[in-house]
Design a protein around this ligand. Structure first.
Ligand SMILES: *Cc1c(COP(=O)(O)O)cnc(C)c1O
Length: 375
């Protein structure tokens, strides 16, 4: 329960475009009565995002989960897929729902992405793909993963839900792999209320994705696939068009919040702050910190509860590990990924969003320091 009368601070708060700007664009849409099925705004948003990302091809979807599920489905795979247990459930569900078998690889202790040096030991003749995640906005070891995939002829589908707007060596994160999937959920750095997309490089994959997101319907009389329905509607496409215009500015505002945290929380023994990876421009989507229980006395869970009492709603991203989730733990054990287990037990993501006022960052940092001091 909240024992404070101060305004609650949640881990994120969706960005909104100026009201007038959205309404101005909605008016002709409203009058047209053309609300869905790859309409004018849907096509414009695809073009806008393609341009922003300098991507080869993109297919918009109703959400990030369906983007991943259908991207995997479009590749006609069977067998085992190597992925990470340190992610949002959607990643692993998308593999399972394609009747594939997830195989969990451990993660790097510093950036929390899949540990590329441990992938090859998990490859066997049933392995068909790797689904790495640019988790919490940290870019995977894309070069190493590419060469492993080439050597063993595996597909690579990145779950890039956290990394919209980020680049590695000047290339947008969404452009790595055979395909990468994006989430435009309201809680992500860039959103369309709900929404998602697949970024891909082979034109033929686009035909397959189009069919899969539209009931397998190719034309009025040709239905040659067993597709789902994962189309994005026009109102959400307009939200996406508006939000994209403001994205760089929103990221810059997040950057300022990030810097304030770094300044106020620096130098506390046992508290590991995030860092920006080499060659990466960040979108500052998350502010994950690690609590070393042995050095601090106060464990992550105590901190989480104490912050909550003060109206500060941090999140345990990602705890539990997906291998420990009720629907997976009878088959998997997190003991097999000890680094992921340790990170998952000690991580807390603090509130960060573009309009988080400096006073509130100060209030959060004071609370963290006070709780740690009490032990
Ligand atoms: C948000 C998210 C998804 C799912 O996206 P939705 O748009 O909510 O369906 C998938 N993977 C990761 C890592 C996510 O954070």
């Amino acid at each position: 329960m909240c024992e404070t009368n101060q305004r609650p601070i949640f881990v994120t708060r969706p960005s909104m475009p100026p009201y007038e700007e959205y309404i101005r664009m909605i008016k002709p849409l409203w009058d047209s009565h053309n609300l869905t099925n790859m309409g004018e705004y849907h096509r414009k948003l695809e073009e806008d995002i393609k341009k922003y990302l300098k991507a080869d091809f993109i297919s918009l979807m109703t959400n990030g989960h369906m983007a991943l599920e259908l991207a995997i489905q479009s590749m006609n795979l069977s067998g085992e897929v190597i992925t990470t247990p340190f992610t949002f459930v959607s990643t692993v569900h998308a593999i399972k729902r394609n009747h594939l078998t997830p195989v969990f690889c451990d993660i790097n202790a510093d950036d929390f992405t899949i540990d590329a040096s441990k992938i090859e030991a998990l490859i066997n003749k049933r392995t068909c793909a790797i689904v790495p995640v640019h988790v919490l906005g940290r870019i995977c070891e894309v070069e190493k993963i590419r060469s492993i995939a080439q050597k063993h002829r595996l597909k690579v589908i990145y779950d890039a839900s956290h990394s919209f707007g980020e680049t590695y060596k000047g290339e947008h994160a969404a452009n790595f792999g055979d395909a990468a999937t994006l989430s435009f959920h309201a809680t992500k750095v860039y959103h369309t209320l709900e929404g998602g997309a697949v970024v891909y490089h082979e034109k033929t994959m686009g035909d397959e994705l189009y069919s899969l997101k539209n009931f397998g319907i190719r034309s009025e009389t040709l239905i040659d696939g067993i597709g789902a329905n994962a189309k994005m509607d026009e109102f959400r496409a307009v939200m996406g068009i508006c939000n994209l215009r403001h994205l760089d500015q929103e990221i810059e505002k997040r950057h300022r919040v990030y810097e304030k945290y770094m300044e106020l929380l620096g130098g506390i023994e046992g508290l590991t702050l995030p860092y920006i990876q080499k060659y990466v421009t960040s979108n500052y989507a998350y502010f994950p910190v690690l609590f070393d229980r042995d050095l601090l006395g106060a464990g992550r869970d105590i901190l989480y509860e104490e912050l909550k009492k003060r109206g500060i709603y941090a999140r345990k991203y990602f705890y539990p590990l997906i291998s420990d989730a009720d629907c997976y733990h009878t088959v998997y054990s997190s003991k097999e990924t000890p680094v992921a287990r340790k990170v998952s037990d000690s991580i807390l993501t603090l509130p960060i969003y573009a309009d988080l006022p400096e006073e509130e960052v100060i209030r959060i940092c004071q609370a963290v320091k006070e709780i740690i001091k009490r032990g």
